[in-house]
Design a protein. Structure first.
Length: 294
């Protein structure tokens, strides 16, 4: 069966690294800024759109900090040369004629669907890639006629080596192959997964984190000792509780609630997790979670 996405032109001008020469990113938060930086590092021109001037300036600061870090680690060019390839705006009309736009707004399905529609209105010929970590890419794709694929990056994007390529029901096969090439061009490793709740990484990662939180709740061991068990015993680069602090307890709570609604009771969030989010103990971004960052 032919879907509207099959009629799109999936031929792109590419940088030397093999990524599209022009890329849009909707959302300039921690993830969106990291995604923008990754494409800048691969030689692309990047347009970042966020909700207001304050958000745009915060995105500029995040991206600039990431650029400075890359240059300190030996990347070529100056900060100014990198920033010359960056455009920031509060208007999705800035995505006009962009062949690829990555959506990186908060993990709220109605917000993401509305973002898809805004991208499609501004760039009706664009591939839309969503950075969702758990929501159905196939359901989001129903919002637009554009070809849609999931590109699930990991936090922090500059340091992470993995991107999940999530295949929606309507995703053209040629786009899956292209997305794998783009991820490799960003210096990361793609894994291809079908559109299932939580994909591979969030489903496994959240399952481990929820059990670790239950262990804290039951007084089995301290957060430090639980994390050390996984770091020292299983060679995890960071423990599940510290990683939850990095991701954000509110973000992981939302994912857990979605997985509970789709996969069942085994993903029910512990009461401790709900209580911490209610108190504003969201992890590193709030200064306190399972660890104190103040």
């Amino acid at each position: 069966m032919t879907s509207p996405a099959d009629t799109f032109n999936l031929t792109f001008d590419s940088t030397d690294a093999g990524v599209p020469t022009v890329v849009g990113v909707l959302g300039g938060g921690r993830m969106g800024a990291g995604i923008a930086h990754s494409f800048l590092a691969a030689g692309a021109h990047v347009t970042v759109v966020d909700i207001n001037d304050a958000a745009v300036e915060a995105a500029r600061e995040r991206i600039t900090n990431d650029i400075e870090g890359s240059i300190k680690r030996g990347a070529e060019g100056t900060v100014e040369q990198w920033l010359d390839r960056l455009t920031l705006s509060t208007d999705t009309a800035a995505f006009a004629d962009h062949p690829v736009v990555v959506e990186a707004v908060p993990e709220i399905i109605d917000l993401k669907a509305d973002s898809f529609r805004k991208i499609a209105a501004a760039a009706p010929g664009a591939v839309i890639a969503t950075n969702t970590s758990s929501l159905s890419v196939s359901d989001l794709a129903l919002s637009v006629d554009n070809p849609v694929i999931g590109l699930h990056y990991f936090n922090p994007v500059p340091a992470s080596k993995l991107v999940e390529v999530v295949v929606a029901d309507s995703t053209p096969e040629a786009l899956v192959d292209l997305a794998r090439e783009w991820v490799a061009g960003l210096g990361k490793t793609p894994i291809v997964v079908k559109d299932a709740p939580g994909f591979a990484s969030s489903r496994l990662g959240v399952a481990i984190a929820l059990e670790a939180i239950r262990m804290v709740e039951e007084g089995v061991a301290s957060p430090e000792d639980i994390d050390n068990a996984m770091v020292l015993g299983y060679k995890f680069p960071v423990g599940p509780l510290k990683l939850t602090d990095i991701v954000g307890l509110d973000v992981r709570l939302g994912i857990a609630e979605y997985l509970e609604s789709t996969l069942g009771e085994r993903f029910a969030p512990p009461q401790l997790m709900r209580d911490m989010v209610a108190r504003g103990e969201l992890g590193r971004k709030s200064g306190r979670g399972f660890y104190d960052y103040s």
